[in-house]
Ligand binder design. Structure first.
Ligand code: F6P
Length: 511
């Protein structure tokens, strides 16, 4: 079975018909993984399609590549690195070998020093504000998770996340902070990212102007893999740096020291529950047969839609305000991983790969773009995410919220015929997954993230791409370096194409 063959499979009939002729699908097409209940019955799927998809997984060696990842092989071939984020959440005493070394003791050594630091800051009344400066994986993970776990936040500590090189971002945070009570975390795997270093320098000057040079030691820590650059920046890399390793990809790093701001917010104990949640799904992914393996099943549905039916976007719609940043987090996880058109063999992929991922919380999205999902000409497969118990004291709100989630899932799948008034006709047959858990806890959040991480891994395997590099971001960075001096220095006419030259000239004239 290969990707090409997917397009030739007999399409199943409408979901109305599938449910009418097969009432058992509502229990058969549900998979449980950890605390997550994943209902994939409202998909354009029947047992024949599922069997073909599972055959595709077998033939693509999904199990082999999964095992290679857990064995610490250098599956990130273009950077010649292992892919070891699963080691970050392994319990003390377990083994994850990378380059002939068990990395788990190092992982726990860093966790222990993060925990000691977090305990100290959480007990120190002088610090009330944490500002994480980072971008991409060094921002989205902790920012998303800190918001998601707001119910577990330390009452005194307020976290802010500065990522954008747009000065408006840091200006807003600094204007609202007091130097004496602010702790900056400069988070950058490479410690070479221009946005982060620019923001960090600005924050440093702001602090030094107010409190003097000596204050840097108490108000700045770094999270990085590059101790030399941290020291060059002026942060004590011996005592004020928390490290991680090149086998942790930026978008897979929220469970490394990059999660320090989250640990400060929720405390070391809760952070370890978060890690345990990831580990639960790692174990599920590692051991469950393909047909009962939640990340594998979700990945196969995505491949079926991308390559079998030609749907090229996917919406993630959490019915939990706390998960407002989850779609943005998943955009990096999925699109930076599988937005590739070159295969592991270095050839052009002659089929579609990673989908465009987007989303918004429910019910807000219902009053914005759901119109298109219900009646538009593009079919958008949807993941709904919801919880039985909220973290607030307004149960009537929560019942309404969940009623909407369940109703949207039903409406998309089954629609409502109206031949007399075609504008009121809902065709239905719009596929959706419903992911439910009892409550959004640190463990459940870890489980959700790991579910998507492994889904992305399986899809990358089937598409034959390297999900762990991101060369596509390089050209823009290079050209920005070239353009920056041209905006203010001596003009270099005609250095670019005519449009780019005109843009530069317009900016020079109007800045
Ligand atoms: O430009 C993309 C990227 O490399 C992401 O993969 C990464 O998460 C982000 O930049 C930030 O990188 P760093 O943590 O090294 O500052």
């Amino acid at each position: 079975m290969d990707l090409d063959a997917l397009a030739h499979l007999a399409h199943p009939t409408h979901l109305r018909e599938l449910f009418r002729t097969d009432p058992g699908r509502a229990t058969r097409y549900v998979v449980e993984a950890g605390d997550l209940r994943i209902d994939y019955s409202k998909h354009r799927l029947n047992d024949d399609i599922l069997a073909s998809l599972l055959e595709l997984a077998q033939d693509s060696d999904v199990e082999g590549r999964r095992d290679a990842m857990f064995a610490g092989e250098h599956i990130n071939v273009t950077e010649d690195r292992a892919v070891g984020h699963s080691a970050l959440r392994m319990p003390v005493g377990s083994t994850f070998m990378i380059d002939s070394e068990n990395v788990v003791p190092d992982v726990h050594a860093v966790l222990d020093s993060m925990s000691a630091f977090a305990d100290r800051i959480r007990a120190d009344d002088r610090i009330t504000r944490i500002v994480n400066i980072g971008i991409g994986g060094s921002d989205l993970g902790p920012a998303m998770a800190e918001q998601a776990l707001g119910a577990f936040r330390h009452p005194r500590l307020r976290c802010s996340f500065v990522s954008n090189i747009d000065g408006a971002d840091i200006a807003g945070v600094l204007a609202d902070s007091d130097p004496a009570s602010t702790l900056f975390i400069v988070a950058s795997k490479t410690f070479g990212t221009v946005e982060t270093l620019t923001n960090a320098r600005t924050a440093r000057s702001w602090l030094v102007d107010a409190l003097g040079e000596d204050a840097v030691i108490d108000h700045f820590v770094a999270v990085s893999t590059n101790a030399e650059r941290v020291a060059d920046f002026g942060i004590d890399s011996e005592n004020n740096m928390f490290g991680f390793w090149d086998w942790v990809g930026g978008r897979y790093s929220v469970d490394s020291a990059i999660g320090l701001s989250l640990m400060l917010a929720i405390g070391p104990g809760r952070f370890r529950e978060f890690l345990a949640g990831f580990h639960t799904i790692d174990e599920h992914f590692r051991t469950a047969p393909l047909a009962e393996n939640a990340p594998v099943l979700m990945a196969l549905l995505g491949v079926w839609y991308t390559n079998g039916l030609g749907f090229d976007t996917k919406a993630v719609l959490p019915y939990a305000n706390e998960l407002a940043r989850f779609p943005a987090y998943l955009q990096q996880l999925d699109m930076e991983s599988n937005g590739k058109s070159v295969t592991l063999e270095g050839e052009r992929a002659n089929y579609n790969t990673g989908p465009i991922v987007w989303g918004e919380t429910g019910t807000n999205g219902q009053h914005a773009f759901y119109q298109l999902i219900h009646q538009g000409t593009s079919v958008v497969p949807v993941d709904f995410i919801g919880f039985a118990k909220p973290h607030h004291d307004y149960p009537e709100h929560h019942d309404l919220l969940m009623a909407n989630l369940i109703a949207q899932s039903e409406a998309l799948a089954f629609g409502q015929m109206n031949e007399a008034e075609p504008w009121r006709n809902f065709e239905g047959d719009r596929p959706n997954t419903v992911i439910l858990a009892e409550q959004l806890t640190p463990s459940v959040l870890g489980q959700l993230i790991a579910l998507y991480e492994h889904m992305v891994h399986v899809q990358g395997t089937i598409w034959g791409v390297n999900s762990y590099d991101q060369w596509g971001v390089e050209l823009g960075k290079e050209l920005a370096n070239q353009v920056t001096p041209e905006l203010t220095g001596d003009p270099t006419p005609d250095a670019h194409d005519s449009s780019t030259n005109a843009l530069i000239n317009w900016y020079r004239a109007n800045r």
